[in-house]
Design a protein around this ligand. Structure first.
Ligand code: RB5
Length: 146
């Protein structure tokens, strides 16, 4: 898959490890920054990456900030994005199966690198179950226009 990766300064220190892990799983990564640990604003990263994921230029996105919360709030403002903040394997698996999440959010300051990379691998490896979950996603999409 084509994976867009973006971080703010709160997760810059894990960005390269996340990118290399995704590549080791056979995916292609495009790096949307940030490119050093100086302070930046997570919505600026989402503004670049989010619309491209929503448009299908990328299959999925992985974004990290200090907590993952800011990235998830920002990403879910982009039409067509279903961003999931996951800090455990169960949520990572289920958000793919049930929510068809297209962006994974995590906090670089919340999890250690080992669990973080496990979550990335699980999230990338799971498929959407469809069925009743598609109906619910369709209803979520209707909320975008209200
Ligand atoms: C930056 O200090 C921090 O606020 C940011 O990385 C993120 O955690 C916001 O939700």
């Amino acid at each position: 898959m084509r994976i867009a990766v973006g971080v703010d300064h709160g997760a810059f220190f894990v960005k390269q490890a996340v990118i290399e892990h995704i590549e080791s799983l056979g995916h292609t990564v495009t790096d949307f920054g940030t490119y050093d640990d100086s302070s930046c604003d997570y919505p600026d990263v989402v503004k670049e990456l989010g619309p491209k994921v929503a448009a299908g230029d990328f299959d999925r996105g992985v974004v990290l900030c200090g907590t993952g919360i800011g990235m998830s709030i920002a990403a879910n403002k982009v039409k067509g994005i279903r961003a999931a903040l996951c800090h455990d394997a169960y949520s990572a698996r289920l958000t793919r199966q049930h929510n068809d999440s297209n962006i994974l959010c995590m906090g670089g300051r919340v999890l250690g690198l080992g669990p973080m990379l496990d979550i990335v691998r699980i999230w990338l490896g799971e498929d959407f179950d469809g069925g009743r979950h598609q109906r619910r996603i369709d209803k979520v999409r209707q909320l975008e226009t209200q």
